[in-house]
Design a protein around this ligand. Structure first.
Ligand SMILES: [Zn+2]
Ligand SMILES: [Zn+2]
Length: 134
């Protein structure tokens, strides 16, 4: 399906950003949810300092990348194996995905998930895949 996204193609553009326009709002292709994934209709998304750290190059990530991980929305489709969410559920996103099985996850610190941080640095989902193409 076609979605609208804030895409960063190049880190380190000069400030002020209202002149260099580092983000491009454009249509991209989003594939259907696979095993353990859900499709969420975004109702609101913000840009935080983590996004800004990618924009200014202090937190390098593979390019291009869609920014705006601090989002809230509604589940509209569940992939295979999703048993704890259903269409209509309201959800929020986080900067790092959590696997639920590593030591940080098992000790109540999912924001420090080790596989989640590795996937985040590579710009992939926890499964290793990418669902957005432009
Ligand atoms: Zn954030
Ligand atoms: Zn984990």
């Amino acid at each position: 399906m076609k979605i609208k996204a804030a895409v960063l193609y190049e880190m380190g553009k000069p400030r002020p950003y209202n002149e260099s326009n580092p983000l491009v709002i454009e249509e991209v292709d989003l594939s259907n949810p696979l095993q353990g994934e859900v499709l969420v209709k975004i109702h609101a998304a913000g840009l935080c300092h983590s996004d800004l750290s990618v924009i200014d190059g202090n937190r390098p990530r593979p390019m291009p990348m869609v920014l705006g991980h601090e989002a809230a929305g509604e589940v509209i489709e569940c992939g295979p194996g999703v048993n704890d969410l259903k269409p209509g559920d309201h959800v929020v996103f986080s900067f790092v995905p959590s696997c639920g099985h590593c030591i940080p996850c098992m000790t109540g610190r999912p924001a420090l998930c080790e596989p989640g941080a590795a996937a985040n640095a590579k710009g992939t989902l926890l499964s290793g895949g990418v669902r957005i193409k432009n």
